[in-house]
Design a protein around this ligand. Sequence first.
Ligand SMILES: Cc1cc2nc3c(=O)[nH]c(=O)nc-3n(C[C@H](O)[C@H](O)[C@H](O)COP(=O)(O)OP(=O)(O)OC[C@H]3O[C@@H](n4cnc5c(N)ncnc54)[C@H](O)[C@@H]3O)c2cc1C
Length: 410
Amino acid sequence: MKNYDIVIAGGGMVGSSLALALAPLGLRTAIVEPVPRASGQQPSFDDRSTALSRSTQRMFEATGIWDAVVAAATPITNIHVSDRGRFGFAHIDAGEQGVEALGYVVINRVLGGVLQEALAGVADLDILCPASIEAATPGADGVTVTVGQQGDAEDIRCKLLVAADGANSAVREMVGIGASKVAYDQRAIIGNLLPEIPIRNRAFERFTDDGPLAMLPVADGRTGFVWVVAERDAERILALDDAAFLGELQEIFGKRLGRLTQVGKRSAYPLSLSKAIRLTARRTVLVGNAAHGLHPAAAQGFNLGLRDVAALCDCIADARDEAGGPAFDPGAPDLLARYADWRRGDQQKLVHFTDGLVRLFGDSRPPLPALRNAGMLAFDLVPGIRKAFARHTMGLAGRLPRLSRGVPLA
Ligand SMILES: Cc1cc2nc3c(=O)[nH]c(=O)nc-3n(C[C@H](O)[C@H](O)[C@H](O)COP(=O)(O)OP(=O)(O)OC[C@H]3O[C@@H](n4cnc5c(N)ncnc54)[C@H](O)[C@@H]3O)c2cc1C
């Protein structure tokens, strides 16, 4: 039976980033991933564009891939937030925050290519793909993991099993961690288009009664959009031809970018909030969407997942340093408890913030619209509020692990 220190279930955005972050520690690691990265069915590395926060940038700097990521990414220097049909709006500006960019937008498929190339150079890493985890049996000194690959099943052993297998995590269920899931009755329609007025380095978020619409700068002067629509309208909107689709989008967004033209292929994602009731079980931890699946309104799901990765790596690196070398137990109960204690606060804050944002802006009953206006004006007029908010969305609030500060593990 093959023995590993760590087995990572899921080689998506978070699982791949974790394997790369662990590389300097010289541990024997395996990723188990059912869908090859280049497949059109890959659920993580698809056509979506992701806004990367400052803490994610620092983490990618520390793991040595930032130069490749930034070469394919577009910086955001200004964010404009508005509420459809009301007068209030708010700005966040990179200069005011003393940073060169508030975040960077990268296409998931492109990020997947960068991660895969970097992983090819990692010693002691096995990537089992296409393969999936069929059973996980944690014991006192290790976990037996049954891996299904091309019709065969094989058992492997590890000291620590990491569930990075997404919001519907099978591993989470296998180790007996329950999760709550609440559907928002909304779908996010994503794609890109060409606006008459170049978006340059600006991002827009416009709240409507049915959900937010985000416009993000992507490569080649194009604008990526994430348009959240009510579930009852989703099929109709997806079936519209290009002109009719752009017409409806234009009506919601307004004229800030002039006429919207040349819309590309659209895809849709049903939206829900999922939360694991615990972050650890015996010799098992949850990271990324397996721990928390958020609404994309605040563009924070992946960034939050990477802070899970950074904290877990910190706990593992500390345990290794205390043991004076690689002969240590990465699945020890006190290490897992430290990870769970560390991550609970940040995760709960972001879950409440994102869910609260969706519910606040989705509610048109008085006096909420008036309060939203007052809130956005206050937000725009009082720099202190803006600064605190920007620090949270940049992922720089609270106690930060080494990687989120840009400090390599070794
Ligand atoms: C429309 C939209 C826009 C978004 N925009 C942003 C943004 O701008 N910024 C941001 O920070 N976040 C954003 N997010 C959230 C972000 O996409 C997710 O948080 C992120 O993809 C989570 O990564 P993950 O690796 O944890 O899970 P996933 O991306 O779901 O990957 C899970 C992986 O596990 C694999 N897997 C599944 N089952 C098994 C199994 N049994 N065994 C092994 N592997 C398995 C899957 O094939 C997949 O590769 C957005 C989400 C949506 C829907």
